[in-house]
Design a protein around this ligand. Structure first.
Ligand SMILES: *[C@@H]1O[C@H](CO)[C@@H](O)[C@H](O)[C@H]1NC(C)=O
Length: 360
């Protein structure tokens, strides 16, 4: 008569049965998963192969991740992650997704930086897209695929990067294009609330801050436009083209404050067609829209005497608030500059000086 298995033997036997069972289940799940995901992995491999055949180097996170990540151990595979919640307060920073690039397509847009000789060149679509990502004003890029390496990379801006207009399309078009959802304001979205108690803003630059006292009694619509540019919680890059670009010794520093929000459309004259928009003859440190218009180009008057020859032609909406800020304006005027149009023409900064409008 066989001896009855001891308690210990029985326990060991049942443990091995359970282990074997788990091993079988895991093996089945592994192969089932591998079989189910083979088409995806095969497609990624094929795509990577085609791309390298075309001589273009890709550093796509998408295909790299698909190729190298081990199959997840669970079955069935988890549902695709739901898109992150879209919030106006914490907007998503767009990224360069090669799957969204359009080849043999040339998108239209306002040129932010020209491509090609003397302009922007890039080794690949991804690099051109990244140049656009780094440029505050760019949300459309166009790259020349047929230049063999250093392809012209045009950085552009569109009011509607989700629906850019086309310049050309078809097999003969040597351009690849893409867009980045940044630097625009959804026309359906409500405007940020104007903080009517905001009395000062800083024009923040890499050279320092210029503090402005906003003069709402001089021109309220202009002041509110600038207050909106300083609203906290605007998406990154909202002041998409805010920079100083022109300097004239003893006269002015001029720039542009073009944000993603609708620009100011009123001068101190509205609605009269013929009048003087300015509240006073400009004095040193007065800030107004340039060219007698409603902006977004503006200047800070830096002459010692009141600018009586300008009459009251400019809508003036702020004044430089302190001496340090005025001294900084003078320093900006002495940054390297040139007159590309020849002697006695407008003087421009060699390098545009970016501005961020900050509430203070
Ligand atoms: C509005 O501006 C004032 C003055 O700078 C500031 O104290 C206040 O916190 C601002 N309010 C909001 C809602 O940002």
């Amino acid at each position: 008569m066989a001896p009855r298995p001891s308690e210990r033997q029985r326990r060991t036997a049942s443990t091995s049965t359970i282990s074997l069972f788990i091993l079988v289940i895991c093996t089945v799940f592994y192969f089932a998963h591998a079989w189910l995901t083979w088409p995806t992995r095969h497609a990624a491999r094929t795509a990577a192969h085609l791309q390298s055949d075309s001589g273009i180097e890709y550093t796509t996170t998408v295909s790299a991740a698909t190729l190298t990540s081990p199959p997840p151990p669970s079955f069935p595979s988890p549902p695709p992650p739901s898109p992150p919640p879209v919030s106006r307060e914490v907007p998503q920073v767009p990224t360069c997704q090669p799957a969204s690039f359009k080849r043999h397509v040339e998108y239209d847009g306002v040129v932010v930086q020209a491509g090609g000789d003397g302009g922007v060149v890039a080794q690949s679509e991804v690099e051109c897209c990244e140049r656009c990502l780094d440029s505050k004003a760019c949300n459309v890029w166009v790259w020349n695929m047929e230049s063999g390496g250093e392809g012209a990379c045009w950085l552009k801006f569109s009011e509607h990067p989700k629906r850019p207009s086309l310049r050309a399309e078809g097999a003969h078009v040597p351009w690849a294009s893409g867009t980045l959802a940044k630097g625009f304001w959804d026309p359906g979205a409500p405007l940020p609330v104007v903080n009517t108690s905001l009395g000062h803003v800083l024009l923040r630059t890499s050279e320092g801050d210029i503090r402005l006292r906003l003069k709402e009694d001089w021109h309220l619509p202009s002041v509110n436009t600038v207050r909106r540019l300083a609203a906290p919680g605007l998406p990154p890059g909202s002041c998409r083209q805010c920079e100083f670009y022109r300097v004239e010794y003893g006269f002015l520093v001029q720039g542009v404050l073009r944000g993603v929000l609708p620009v100011n459309k009123e001068t101190g004259c509205d609605p009269a067609p013929q009048c003087q928009p300015g509240p006073r003859v400009m004095q040193r440190g007065d800030v107004g829209w340039a060219g007698g218009g409603p902006g977004p180009d503006f200047f800070i008057y830096l002459g010692k005497r009141p600018a009586d020859w300008l009459k009251r032609d400019h809508t003036v909406w702020a004044e430089v608030a302190d001496d340090d800020s005025l001294a900084l304006c003078d320093r900006i005027v002495s940054l390297p500059s040139h007159t590309p149009g020849g002697p006695n023409t407008m003087r421009f900064l060699q390098k545009r000086l970016e501005i961020e409008v900050v509430a203070t």
